[in-house]
Design a protein around this ligand. Structure first.
Ligand code: HEM
Length: 159
């Protein structure tokens, strides 16, 4: 049960927790689907541009906005008086790092990968280098989000 902090209107706080968990759940689930799209596209090079453009659309217009709403709803919960335990500070720090990598590295990298794919094809050395790099960055962001989730569920006493 997500007890509302003292003085916070219980129904509003509970809806905020609902929104927070729903949007982060959606974003994490969509992120996980990228692996399937990219693997299927890689197996069939004719559909690879469609698969990568689909991943980019989901990332730009659904997953990342959901993470932003997740951050905002989290900040509002704290604003309503939710105490910030050490695990939550660490989770927020990892969130900032993950969002910086998402907008600062993954988004431009995926754009470039799609451009090179459409200009030179999936056999091109530069395309393959970009594909390897964006897969590595994707795995790193996946690990960060899973660590955030583990911190939220297990609430370990860090310090
Ligand atoms: C990838 C990012 C995030 C994910 C996946 C995530 C996920 C979750 C989940 C699953 C819970 C519920 C945990 C439980 O039932 O005990 C939760 C709770 C919470 N999250 Fe997040 N969160 C994320 C980012 C953030 C950020 C950036 C903040 C703060 C700015 C935040 C603040 C909170 C707070 C305050 C709660 C406690 C709600 C309560 O129990 O009253 N979260 N989060």
């Amino acid at each position: 049960m997500h007890l509302p902090p003292e003085g916070a209107p219980p129904l509003i706080y509970t809806w905020l927790v609902f929104v927070h968990i729903f949007v982060t759940m959606l974003a994490v689930g969509l992120n996980a689907s990228y692996v399937i799209w990219i693997l299927r596209g890689t197996k069939d090079s004719a559909s690879l541009p469609f698969a990568l453009r689909g991943v980019k659309f989901i990332d730009d217009y659904v997953a990342n906005p959901c993470y932003l709403v997740g951050g905002l709803s989290g900040a509002l919960m704290i604003g309503m008086g939710k105490s910030v335990a050490p695990f939550l500070w660490v989770a927020m720090g990892l969130y900032v790092v993950a969002m910086a990598i998402a907008y600062g590295v993954y988004t431009p990298l995926l754009s470039r990968q799609i451009r090179v794919l459409e200009a030179k094809g999936s056999g091109d050395v530069e395309y393959q280098r970009l594909a390897r790099r964006s897969n590595q960055i994707g795995v790193l962001m996946g690990v960060l989000v899973v660590v955030i989730l583990l911190l939220k569920i297990f609430e370990p006493p860090l310090w």
